[in-house]
Design a protein around this ligand. Structure first.
Ligand code: GDP
Ligand code: MG
Length: 369
């Protein structure tokens, strides 16, 4: 099995890809930038850079495979969107603006709690789920764990700045993952804004926007005033339409962990993104090496919910631990089945961590970016 490219591995370890390539050469391995590496190569390389990696190999992977759904069971689902871009180009401001509009609209009032994912209804009445990742490192970490969670990436570029290294990296990550991109040219309210400079910068890395005859949708916005944001969301929806996103909302739920932690009062609290099926209070959930019966669920505004369908983020109480971000979850038939699989997985994890030196997972390497 091949996992990630030399380029991605380099960025996870926060070294240049050239360092990785030359280290490989010194070890007698020839690798190119975009070459995908197998477990052995990754182990050798990360070892050279002082990291050790945990793998879940195909044979050991106990994940419940999703059966091929007959077409008649499928229904349209909302796109799951990640906002990426260079630091200070306005990712947080954009998501805040989108969420705040919603707070006022629904009068839910005072959302302060960070839950890592949000559910938004656009002016046109369509739903979009937003992942609030702290940057593309989370995207990379999730992908390293096999979670294909993001359908569409919004790449934010500040019009008073330039196409920057992290802009390029974010675009590269989305492209490698095969995730369509919509460009948001932000801060157009600023007197120094020069959107043409951004379009030109993008064209230099072969990202030609539609206005310039290319295939990439883009939108000038101000995350400060809100200008252009509705249009941006419509462009995201257009992209989603092309993807023809569907899921069976009537089966046992599967999805991914967005984040999880231990809360003093409430026990383990996990934010999950349901990707297929319907998650219900009382379901038995298996997530990585953890499991539990769903005691309670809350939507992104903190309101109690009994069920959650595809592309819906929920906060869940009832797991017996905190699975890592990007870990997949699935609803199991019986408590016993869930408990046994969770136990097998923890044993595997223990064995793997004995074999590795520093117990650093791909996720943790990602966080060091
Ligand atoms: P992030 O690092 O990409 O999440 O960027 P932030 O959202 O934290 O924004 C960085 C800075 O740019 C903050 O001071 C924001 O207030 C400011 N900012 C973001 N969007 C806009 C915008 O559209 N117009 C103006 N004038 N400032 C903005
Ligand atoms: Mg931010």
């Amino acid at each position: 099995t091949e996992f990630i490219s030399a380029n991605d591995l380099a960025s996870m370890m926060n070294v240049s890809v050239n360092e990785v390539i030359s280290t490989c050469l010194s070890l007698g391995m020839f690798v190119s930038i975009n070459q995908r590496l197998d477990a052995e190569a990754i182990t050798v390389i990360t070892d050279e850079f002082g990291y050790a990696v945990q793998f879940t190999s195909a044979e050991e992977e106990l994940e419940v495979e999703q059966e091929n759904e007959p077409e008649e069971n499928l229904e349209p689902r909302a796109p799951i969107v990640t906002i990426m871009g260079h630091v200070d180009h306005g990712k947080t401001s954009l998501l805040d603006y989108i969420r705040n509009t919603k707070v006022t609209a629904s009068e839910a009032g005072g959302i302060t709690q960070h839950i890592g994912a949000y559910d938004v209804t656009t002016k046109s009445g369509n739903k979009i789920a937003f992942l609030d990742t702290p940057g593309h490192e989370a995207f990379t970490a999730m992908r390293a764990r096999g979670a294909k969670l993001t359908d569409i990436a919004i790449i934010v570029v500040a019009a008073d700045d330039d196409v920057m290294p992290q802009t390029k990296e974010a675009i590269n990550h989305a492209q490698v993952a095969g995730v369509p991109i919509v460009i948001a040219i932000n801060k157009i309210d600023k007197p120094t804004a020069n959107p043409d400079r951004i379009r030109e910068g993008l064209s230099k890395i072969n990202v030609l926007v539609e206005e310039w005859g290319g295939k990439y949708q883009s939108q000038e916005i101000s995350a400060k005033s809100g200008k252009g944001i509705d249009d941006l969301l419509e462009k995201v929806l257009l992209e989603a339409e092309i993807l023809n996103l569907k899921a069976n909302p009537n089966r046992h739920a599967t999805g991914s962990i967005i984040e999880a932690s231990l809360d003093k009062g409430r026990g383990y609290v996990a934010t999950l993104m349901v990707q297929t099926g319907k998650l219900q209070v009382g379901d038995i959930v298996l997530a990585g090496a953890n499991y539990g019966r769903v005691k309670a669920m809350f939507d992104d505004t903190g309101k109690k919910v009994a069920t959650a369908g595809p592309s819906t983020p929920v906060v869940l109480l009832g797991l017996d631990g905190a699975p890592q971000a990007g870990e997949k979850f699935s609803v199991m038939e019986t408590d016993r089945e869930a408990r046994e699989l969770a136990a097998k997985r923890s044993q595997l994890l223990r064995e793997q961590s004995i074999r590795t030196k520093k117990h650093i997972t791909l996720d943790e390497i990602g966080r060091r970016l």
